[in-house]
Design a binder for this molecule. Structure first.
Ligand SMILES: [Zn+2]
Ligand SMILES: [Zn+2]
Length: 376
């Protein structure tokens, strides 16, 4: 088993700073770009392995407890026979990520992007659910090249600039002396190969833009902001890669007479004064058709009549909310002389010609508000 502390020449209690310093000193001396030769290269690998383990608190702890991440032959990027890039060292010193995670040419095949589509529906569709035709601009695999990107009968050639590696290296001066950095190859866009004749249909992208329509089942109970995920219905990726998803974001339009609160519906019915006093019944237009509504005699403004189960369907459980009908008693205006006489006569009979202007005890709306504040 390797003793990484010995390789770096630090004690087992060395701080991260000391480990970093030791590695930096050794790397400066041993790096193949500075010190060519097989021996130095082997030594540099050992030093880098040791640093890889000891600079990572988790790996270091595992190693202290007797495990060795490199002992089984697996090794983070060292066992691939390609040697190693100086960016490994740069990563170690500068926090990593400088050259990007993956090495080697990038794949032409990538996952397609997700798309967000908005869908406007009216309240009735939210109550019961609906089926909608969606038209989306998207990309599908190219039929001419089958997603490969090459015009049929042609192929691709290894990029002469990066020799198929997809990245080119550059020598720069730095605190370590000469330092090699890599960046994606411009000639082949990092793919490592170029198309001898890009597909005439898709220009080598492997996919073509199109407009597609699909049928969406909108579940009952959706509300503004609800998102419906259509897995794999998005655009295919470059190189005919796996399709992304389509997210449909629902927006429910405001209704002229019904208001939604949660899964309950609220509406206000106008009651002529005499009807409210005497009681009546009528047919009310609801999302479930015409419904009988009884108004008991003496109904006041603000009284609520509840029709159970005529609200919005619960999105998950399937039951339904209620429909609440609020009464608004209308005081007659523009009375004819005869009507005014009748009302005066009524007031006389009820001894209400000269009301005292008595203040109402705190019940009603304001009383309830006050009680609600008290409870807090
Ligand atoms: Zn094509
Ligand atoms: Zn290239």
């Amino acid at each position: 088993m390797n003793d990484y502390y010995a390789v770096l020449g630090v004690s087992r209690s060395a701080s991260q700073e000391e480990i970093k310093k030791a590695y930096r000193r050794l790397a400066r001396r041993l790096h193949p770009d500075v010190n060519p030769g097989l021996e130095a290269e082997e030594e540099f690998k050992r030093v880098s392995q040791a640093y890889d383990v000891l600079s990572d608190p988790q790996k270091r702890q595992a190693f202290d407890m007797g495990a060795d991440p490199f002992a089984s032959g697996g090794g983070a990027g060292f066992g691939d026979g390609q040697g190693f890039s100086f960016s490994d060292v740069m990563d170690a010193f500068f926090g990593g990520g400088a050259a990007g995670g993956a090495r080697g040419p990038r794949s032409r095949v990538q996952r397609g992007q997700d798309a967000l589509v908005r869908l406007d529906i009216d309240l009735a569709k939210a109550v019961f659910g609906s089926e909608e035709e969606l038209v989306i601009d998207t990309a599908v695999g190219c039929g001419t090249c089958g997603g490969d990107g090459a015009q049929p009968g042609t192929g691709r050639q290894t990029c002469p600039i990066c020799k198929g590696r997809g990245e080119v290296q550059q020598v720069q001066r730095s605190l370590l002396g000469q330092v090699m950095t890599s960046r994606p190859c411009v000639n082949c866009q990092g793919y490592g190969a170029t198309l001898t004749d890009p597909c005439h249909e898709c220009s080598g992208d492997g996919r073509v833009r199109t407009r597609r329509s699909l049928t969406l089942k909108v579940p009952a109970g959706v509300d503004t902001g609800t998102r419906i995920q259509l897995t794999g219905q998005g655009e295919v990726g470059p190189g005919n890669g796996p399709a992304g998803d389509v997210y449909v974001e629902v927006r429910v339009a405001n209704h002229d007479t019904y208001t939604r609160r949660g899964d309950d519906l609220h509406a206000t019915v106008e009651l002529p004064m005499a009807a409210a006093a005497l009681g009546t019944s009528f047919k009310l237009s609801t999302f479930d058709g015409m419904q009988d509504l009884d108004i008991r005699a003496g109904t006041q403004t603000g009284d609520v009549m509840t029709l159970r189960g005529l609200g919005v369907t619960h999105l998950r459980s399937g039951g339904r909310g209620d429909l609440h009908v609020h009464a608004n008693v209308l005081t007659p205006t523009r009375l004819t002389e005869e009507q005014a006489d009748l009302l005066r006569r009524l007031a006389e009979l009820r001894g209400e010609e000269r009301p005292e202007g008595r203040l109402q005890p705190n019940k009603g709306l304001f009383g309830k508000l006050r009680d609600a504040f008290k409870e807090k």
